[in-house]
Design a protein around this ligand. Structure first.
Ligand SMILES: Cc1cc2nc3c(=O)[nH]c(=O)nc-3n(C[C@H](O)[C@H](O)[C@H](O)COP(=O)(O)OP(=O)(O)OC[C@H]3O[C@@H](n4cnc5c(N)ncnc54)[C@H](O)[C@@H]3O)c2cc1C
Length: 424
């Protein structure tokens, strides 16, 4: 936004808190993996950010330092993959500092309460100041005029209600039950796993027949010489807060997590989070939209976090917004073109997570057309990606949102996967 506007005001209930940890976004305590595409988008918008993060203690992983396991089997390495090992709060604090360095951006403490709509366009927001937070800058309750209002209020956004209140339709909502439990704990990091920055274990096709192959979980080497470890489980198998249970489950996961459980001391409590459903608000299906309004991030789509897409999706939407504004879009017009651009990215992320989620017995739809075939092909590609570096490169490019999921069904990839599996 700062490249396109004279002035950008970020309204945030927590204002500019020192360490980036505010009360909003309670999920920020959970391990957040920044996919390769998200990382390059952040570096694009904040050049030098990677160096800044690593100088302050984050770990940069490439090649063999990034380990992906499926059904307990280690996949072949992807040489051009780069991932940052850092907590979300740490990355967020650095991004916020870089934002606040921009001369035309101010971050103010305040909670948006409603849109101001005149005629067919949004021309500002009503807000209230927030009690109980120590803001670094405060503004009295009131109104902010704006040529363009961006809803970045996360998955609990009230934008739909506000639009309805002003006589406009809210965006149609798609939902898919997920019922996923997350638990994150931090450990002191020594020299137990030299050369490991990220280790990530997910169930694959074989887990449908042999559920005990490996617990789903991940670890990241993060700033402050610590490991952050996350465990996940669906429905009744959601991980709890008990540290002993956490360690037991880590020992049923892949080797790096077992090693950390055995050799490192836990630092602090186990923090849990219950993610009930993926949601998507599809603005492209509206027939009327006021001008001067766009939405980004979880306020548009919040998908099963196990695939680590959320931050990258938000970064790609920011890029879509920039592309839209760069084409001299008039901010007072309805932003159909923006929602079309951003919708393409959202659909790709939704397709990837929904296809995988529908394999869970407790997820009962909605099924896309041809789901059985999609599932069958997707299982075969996943199995081939464990043993073949070429199929794995495409698989990981899609997983890291560097390529559209349709690349997985390109005839070249299908042929290669069939050959690999038949040879095996
Ligand atoms: C358990 C869990 C694990 C996850 N793991 C990953 C991962 O590994 N990798 C990944 O990329 N993503 C992950 N995600 C997803 C990621 O957290 C979200 O996609 C991301 O936070 C979306 O960013 P956002 O800015 O849109 O929303 P949020 O981060 O939720 O931020 C919304 C902001 O809006 C503010 N706000 C809310 N209401 C108002 C208001 N009325 N006025 C002003 N401000 C307001 C809040 O204070 C908050 O700061 C995970 C999510 C969960 C739940």
């Amino acid at each position: 936004m700062s490249d396109h506007a004279d002035e950008v005001v970020v309204l945030e209930p927590d204002g500019l808190v020192e360490n980036g940890i505010g009360r909003g976004a309670p999920q920020r305590e959970q391990l957040h993996a920044l996919l390769a595409m998200g990382h390059s988008q952040l570096e694009r918008w904040f050049p030098g950010l990677t160096n800044e993060l690593t100088e302050a203690g984050a770990q940069l992983g490439t090649g063999a330092a990034i380990q992906f396991y499926i059904d307990g089997a280690l996949k072949t390495e992807v040489p051009d993959l780069r991932m940052i090992g850092a907590t979300r709060s740490f990355i967020e604090a650095h991004v916020r500092r870089r934002l606040s360095d921009l001369p035309n951006v101010s971050i103010r403490a305040g909670q948006a309460r409603d849109l101001i709509i005149k005629g067919s366009r949004v021309c500002g927001v009503r807000f209230s100041s927030v009690e109980g937070t120590p803001p670094t800058s405060t503004i009295p309750d009131g109104e902010l005029d704006a040529d363009l209002v961006v809803d970045a209020m996360g998955r609990s956004t009230r934008l739909g209600t506000w639009l309805q209140h002003h006589g406009w339709d809210p965006a149609p909502l798609d939902r898919m039950r997920v019922d996923l439990g997350y638990a994150t704990a931090t450990f002191h990091r020594g020299n137990e796993l030299p050369g490991t920055v990220i280790a990530h274990a997910t169930p694959g096709p074989a887990s449908a027949y042999q559920p005990a192959l490996s617990e789903p979980g991940a670890l990241a080497a993060v700033e402050g010489n610590r490991w952050t470890v996350v465990l996940a489980g669906y429905t009744d198998y959601r991980p709890g807060r008990d540290p002993e249970e956490f360690l037991t489950r880590m020992r049923r996961c892949v080797a790096p997590l077992q090693m950390v459980a055995d050799q490192c001391a836990m630092d602090g409590e186990v923090k849990t989070y219950h993610f009930r459903e993926s949601i998507r608000r599809d603005y492209t299906r509206l027939t009327r939209l006021p001008g001067g309004l766009v939405a980004v991030g979880d306020s548009v789509a919040s998908v099963n976090p196990i695939y680590g897409q959320g931050l990258t999706l938000a970064a790609l939407q920011a890029s879509a917004l920039s592309a839209y504004l760069r084409r001299s879009a008039y901010p007072h017009s309805p932003a159909w073109e923006y929602f079309r651009l951003a919708g393409a990215v959202v659909s790709a992320a939704w397709q990837l997570s929904a296809t995988a989620d529908l394999a869970q017995p407790h997820v009962t739809g909605p099924y896309p057309q041809g789901y059985r075939l999609i599932r069958w092909v997707s299982d075969k590609i996943t199995s081939a990606s464990v043993i073949d570096p070429v199929v794995n490169q495409t698989f990981m490019d899609v997983l890291h949102m560097r390529a559209h999921p349709r690349n997985l069904t390109h005839p070249r990839v299908l042929l290669r996967a069939s050959r690999v599996l038949l040879t095996r």
